[in-house]
Ligand binder design. Structure first.
Ligand code: NAP
Ligand code: ZN
Ligand code: ZN
Length: 348
């Protein structure tokens, strides 16, 4: 075991503070990674504040990890010291169940191990994430970063990127289709970029008129202000697909009404009970309401390779580790353009 520096929360109501944590010794298939950058996801906040049920403390968040390999275990085949690598939301799964066999480790039927807050099947205790100097991960869960990508900007692809890429691919979004992305935050801005790269006609659906201007710069063809009920009516029954990133329970009805017959709205943000789903809105147009969780390791690598080839990268605002509590306040206020990334040099 080696002791390293990290930032974490001791309870749902306390700010993040510096702390010391331990990382396991290298197992034969493990990779030791020096963390260079870590993105800040709204899920970090939901978890640390026990908004998705009681968390295991301390919570050391962070699942958009970019780093350099410092050492590899005896049986590691695909990585060597010095390689630029990424770790996303997953660090382990059973590798045997039907979901794992399909490359969908996030739906592992025996329980995937998430990068933070999961029972740690190897070391005991619970997993501790990327707001830290170093991490040790089985090579099956380590991603290769294309050489031409800016490493700091690449970090958010490991969660915000794959969480938007996966549903757009799974629901087979095609060129020319009218696609709505709801909520312009970390996930939403990647949703715009990917849908655009797939050739879709992209409509940014936001609560904020100010952000609407930015959405066009990010690649949206149109902006729809969700608080403007007349504008929402004028787009009724016109969308081929909706990707909804709103991070909390909300009235889904106005959004479902935007879908054409037979089309689907996928929720990725509101991981909690919804207060208003009108069966009639679904039934009368055979509409679908669905959900999607991050993405598997294989498709995460495909997404990274696509981003390398097409130079698709997030818009990031760099912060020091010491600025994390202020950054979290801004995420909660929807005041972020469009992903904070922590420069881990500041922790050393
Ligand atoms: P974020 O940066 O906070 O963005 C969310 C955006 O949603 C905000 O910028 C805001 O955009 C809009 N919004 C916020 N509150 C709203 C409300 N009450 N009503 C309507 N719109 C609202 O968050 P994120 O990091 O992109 O994450 C989005 C959600 O996805 C979080 O809940 C996160 O935990 C979850 N998540 C899920 C997965 C998964 O696998 N399913 C993976 C990663 C994250 P506007 O200002 O444009 O309205
Ligand atoms: Zn995330
Ligand atoms: Zn499994």
């Amino acid at each position: 075991m080696s002791e390293i520096k990290a930032y974490g929360a001791h309870s749902a109501t306390e700010e993040l503070v510096p702390l010391k944590i331990e990382r396991r010794e290298l197992q034969p298939k493990d990779i030791a990674i020096e963390i260079l950058y870590c993105g800040v996801c709204h899920s970090d906040i939901h978890t640390a504040r026990s908004e998705w049920g009681p968390a295991r403390y301390p919570v050391v968040p962070g699942h958009e990890i970019i780093g350099k390999v410092t050492a590899v275990g005896a049986e590691v085949k695909n990585f060597k010291p010095g390689d630029a690598v990424g770790v996303g939301c997953l660090v382990d799964s059973c590798q045997k169940c039907p979901a794992c066999e399909d490359g969908l480790e996030q739906y592992c039927e025996n329980g995937a191990t998430y990068t933070y807050g999961s029972p740690d099947k190897i070391s005991g205790g619970h997993t501790l994430g990327g707001y830290s100097e170093k991490i040790v991960v089985d090579e099956s869960f380590v991603l290769r970063i294309p050489e031409n990508l800016d490493l700091a900007k690449t970090a958010p692809l490991l969660c915000a990127g794959i969480t938007t890429w996966s549903p757009l691919k799974h629901w087979n979004v095609k060129a020319g289709e009218k696609i709505g992305v709801v909520g312009l935050g970390g996930l939403g801005h990647m949703g715009i970029k990917f849908a655009r790269a797939m050739g879709a006609h992209v409509v940014m659906i936001t609560t904020s008129e100010k952000k609407g201007e930015d959405a066009k710069k990010l690649g949206a063809d149109e902006v729809l202000i969700s608080k403007d009920s007349e504008a929402m009516k004028s787009h009724a029954s016109s969308f081929d697909f909706l990707l909804n990133t709103i991070p909390v329970n909300h009235d889904v009805e106005p959004y479902l009404n935007l879908l054409k017959r037979d089309k689907t709205m996928v929720l990725v943000g509101a991981i909690e009970p919804l207060s208003n789903v009108n069966g009639g809105t679904l039934i009368r147009k055979r509409r679908n309401l669905a959900g999607s969780l991050i993405g598997g390791i294989r498709e995460t690598q495909e997404m990274l390779d696509f981003c390398g080839e097409h130079q698709v990268l997030p818009e990031v605002e760099m912060i020091d580790m010491q600025g994390i509590n202020q950054a979290w306040d801004r995420v909660v206020k929807a005041d972020v353009k469009y992903r904070f990334v922590i420069d881990m040099k500041s922790l050393k």
